[in-house]
Write a new protein. Structure first.
Lengths: 241, 241
């Protein structure tokens, strides 16, 4: 690949849930183990999907002006409390419930993530750009060995992607131009919004994000993506010239 | 050492200029080399100290309400433009002046810094807490191999230390209690202010920060310091039980 089209890129920022880590597989494993310990059986795949939906519902409530800005930790906790009741899992101490809620801090990276990020780090500033909160992202990085140069999040702009100010915050904080930042995600809607603010964009396919659930992953990059890669190592091979 | 007194600490955040990196030695070397290249001789130690003073003057102007908040990059650049004129160094392109100003992104870590931070990282979240801007700190970390888990800065709170909100931002972002954060600095004034907000504190002596200039380093920890160490490896030996 010619260096020219992306030679101006200085920093790559990554969507995290689904793009860097396998949130669904990790959450299913943790909640299934919790159910087993507590002698409760249930549809843990549906539990994981509904828990995740609590996060999207929380962000939508903020976007529509119905609710205050909340951290991912708060949104996940509100939904967890509902789900635990519904599934008949009870008797947890506050400490145990908090630990379970922080399953979202212990998500496994996709198999290629650490290797690809390490390769990319040799040439670029690499960071998160997630709607997850900073503490969650920092703990997740330590858990999974993700070698970020910086942990950036919608929290630092008091908003969530796809609010343009979240994307533009990256170039402002790093002291570079928007097109020198490459937003990397497995979700085309994230890349389309980033592109509108002037960022460069990279699509990485994550066909297994939603497992066997009804939700379908983006398998093909939108035209707004400057680069398309099959995983992070492929991305690094394309960009680290 | 008994683990008890500091067993609650989960994250260490570090003052950077002087505590982690030898700003004065690094700046003197860079500006002396620049002078030589341009056939100009001068008192480069005084140049470095006056350049550094531009940063303190800039922060004081904000604190007193005389000026807007500015990044360290902006404050250093304003003073640099004055000093270059005064020292008779002229004819730089904008790109060359910007490169020289970013000497503050290329400061050498003290000899023990990377080793000590790497040891501390095995047990704690480690991050910056500097009045330098995020971009400067990220570039400095890549330059010097500083293994931060997160890059935090007064910039993210729109203020400078010792404003209490800068210290309290750390526990808020990391989702922990103030006393679970240990502020680490070679400057007692920083630790005294951190302690007032409820943070734990560690003093690390940096006797060579100011070189042969008139300014004297703190050689002994204030009583507000919970821990006192001779360098980062000593700090790690004390804290990583």
């Amino acid at each position: 690949m010619s260096e020219a089209p992306y030679g101006h890129v200085k920093a790559l920022v990554f969507d995290v849930f689904g793009t860097v880590v396998d949130w669904r597989g990790s959450i299913i494993r943790e909640i299934r183990a919790t159910g087993k310990t507590n002698g409760v059986d249930g549809d843990w795949e549906a539990f994981a999907d509904r828990w995740r939906a609590g996060y999207h519902d929380g962000m939508n409530a903020f976007r529509s002006g119905e609710a205050e800005w909340k951290t991912a930790d708060q949104m996940y906790r509100e939904r967890l409390d509902l789900l635990l009741g519904e599934y008949g899992i009870s008797g947890f101490s506050e400490q145990e419930t908090d630990h379970l809620n922080k399953a979202w801090h212990r998500l496994d990276p996709w198999a290629d993530a650490v290797e690809g990020l390490t390769m990319l780090k040799s040439k670029f500033v690499i960071g998160t750009l997630s709607n997850g909160n900073v503490g969650l992202l920092v703990n997740m990085a330590k858990y999974g060995g993700l070698p970020w140069d910086c942990v950036l999040a919608g929290e630092l702009a008091g908003s969530y992607k796809p609010d343009p100010k979240v994307y533009l915050m990256v170039s402002e904080l790093l002291g570079i131009e928007p097109h020198e930042v490459m937003m990397t995600a497995a979700h085309n809607h994230d890349l389309i919004a980033a592109k509108k603010t002037g960022l460069s964009t990279a699509f990485v396919s994550r066909p297994d994000e939603y497992g066997v659930s009804a939700r379908k992953p983006d398998l093909v990059a939108a035209t707004e993506a400057d680069v398309s890669a099959t995983d992070f190592v492929d991305l690094a091979v394309q960009l680290v010239v």
